[in-house]
Design a protein around this ligand. Structure first.
Ligand code: ARG
Length: 469
């Protein structure tokens, strides 16, 4: 192997790849191509990967055990310098990988120059990003769990409360507040399942793929795999160095988390407003107006809804980024980092506010009760009482429709009609049908599995309590 340290260095700052070059890099090119301004957050992952790689090189006889010890010691020092803000970053050294390696060589000379044996930045960056995504998945999973627990806690406190349920944003049927809150627990559970599934495909080691073809050196990839906690190592070097499916997949899973958060935020913006008046949000998560002194605005929820846009946009950016790339590494792939970092940061920030906001929210039970008989929420309940007595569904539907029209004309609830009025529309009317009327009774008469029946919801509450504790 040629040893280029005796060659004259090119003009300008020396590059790790500079041997063949006769011209120094233009500073405009350095500024254009650097990634260290954003990939420095991979520092820990890069150092973890390099330590595992150095130990493997020693086990494979490519460096001595003593050299590996010195490399690992140097890398740990660099880790500390970066963590303590004592490390200097510069665009001329491109990315975090070259920064760490250059700093190591500055300490150890030729020993440092051995670290990149049987490795390319292509398989290195893919490894670092996988480690980074894996950590993010684990943190986000814990944050989604915390949000689920907050919803469950609120559902337990409000179990008996009957609220209007809506379809088309029009009053539909009464439901238990606890039932509706558990709907969010279900959605976020699916998000956690998707995170866990995505993690399986993240957790495959690319290192050892080299630039694209592997290496002629006697490496032992299984040692790096085990040291870094990967489930397996990638089977195809051409695929592994360029595969960013895992980034796109995580961006999608996070987009769906963002969509769920946004839907929830929208619902609670409505519910906490004057017109609905169902919820009292914690003031610590609201903000005021600089001109209207009375305003207490649901900005945390609005930002939750608004920030979902960038998470969804990042997914789009990533898919467009990779769609035209030929196999193996292309520098375009450097552009994968900012979108996925932004999605991770945005979701973590949002979840960090969502859980305490939910935990601090109260229902305005008196105001909900005062309006709960508006909107004929019990019409379906009455229809089903007729059906249970043998009336064909379509006939029962039509009959109750006419009764609702009668109540609407008089501006009263179904329960306010008298027996004579009921009989006028339905000859088979019996006073016992009144048991189907009223929002609370409509809820209590529910029985199907998965319904808002109080005993069904109680079962769900205890099942979730077991699952989430
Ligand atoms: N900063 C680069 C990236 O993020 C690292 C890989 C560079 N590889 C290369 N052959 N230039 O993708």
């Amino acid at each position: 192997m040629p040893h280029d340290s005796h060659d004259a260095p090119p003009a300008g700052p020396q590059k790790a790849w500079g041997g063949v070059f006769r011209e120094a890099t233009d500073p405009r090119m350095e500024a254009f191509s650097e990634s260290v301004s954003f990939d420095r957050r991979l520092a820990d992952d890069d150092i973890d990967g390099s330590i595992a790689h150095a130990r493997m090189l020693a086990a494979s006889g490519l460096v001595t055990a003593d050299e590996a010890d010195r490399i690992v010691g140097g890398l740990e020092e660099i880790r500390r310098e970066i963590a303590e803000g004592r490390f200097t970053f510069t665009a001329s050294k491109e990315d975090i990988h070259l920064h760490v390696e250059t700093a190591l060589t500055a300490r150890l000379g030729d020993i440092g120059r051995k670290l990149h044996t049987a490795r390319s930045r292509n398989d290195q960056v893919a490894t670092d990003l996988r480690l980074h995504c894996r950590r993010a998945i684990d943190r986000i999973d814990a944050a989604v769990l915390a949000l689920q627990r907050a919803f469950l806690g609120l559902a337990e406190r409000e179990h008996g409360l009957v609220i209007p349920g809506y379809t088309h944003l029009r009053r539909a049927q009464p439901v238990l507040a606890s039932h509706q809150l558990l709907a969010w627990v279900e959605k976020f559970e699916r998000d956690r399942q998707r995170l866990a599934d995505c993690r399986k495909r993240v957790n495959v080691l690319p290192l050892g793929s080299g630039a694209m073809a592997g290496t002629s050196l006697p490496i032992r990839r299984e040692l790096v795999q085990e040291a870094l906690g990967f489930d397996s190592f990638a089977a195809n070097s051409v695929d592994a160095a360029s595969d960013r499916d895992f980034v796109c997949e995580l961006a999608f899973v996070l987009s769906l988390v963002a969509v769920h958060l946004s839907q929830w935020a929208e619902e609670w913006i409505l519910w906490s407003g004057e017109e609905f008046g169902f919820l009292l949000l914690p003031e610590a998560f609201c903000t005021g107006s600089s001109i209207m002194p009375q305003k207490i605005n649901p900005d945390a929820l609005e930002l939750t809804r608004g920030k979902s846009a960038r998470v969804i946009g990042n997914l789009q950016a990533l898919l467009v980024l990779v769609k035209g790339l030929p196999t193996a590494y292309n520098r375009d792939l450097q552009e994968d980092k900012e979108p996925i970092f932004d999605s991770i940061d945005t979701i973590e920030a949002t979840l960090g506010v969502a859980a305490p906001l939910v935990a601090g929210t109260r229902f305005d039970a008196a105001r909900i009760a005062a309006g709960i008989e508006r909107g004929h929420l019990d019409a379906t309940s009455l229809m089903e009482a007729f059906i249970a007595d043998g009336l064909p569904q379509r006939t029962a539907h039509e009959t109750v429709g006419r009764l609702v029209r009668l109540a609407m004309a008089r501006g009263v609830a179904l329960a306010d009609l008298d027996d004579r009025e009921f009989q006028g529309e339905f000859a088979g009317w019996k006073a016992s049908y009144r048991e189907a009327l009223g929002s609370s009774r409509a809820v209590e008469r529910m029985r199907s599995a998965g319904s808002t029946a109080p005993n069904r919801v109680a079962e769900q509450l205890s099942a979730w309590k077991r699952r989430l504790s």
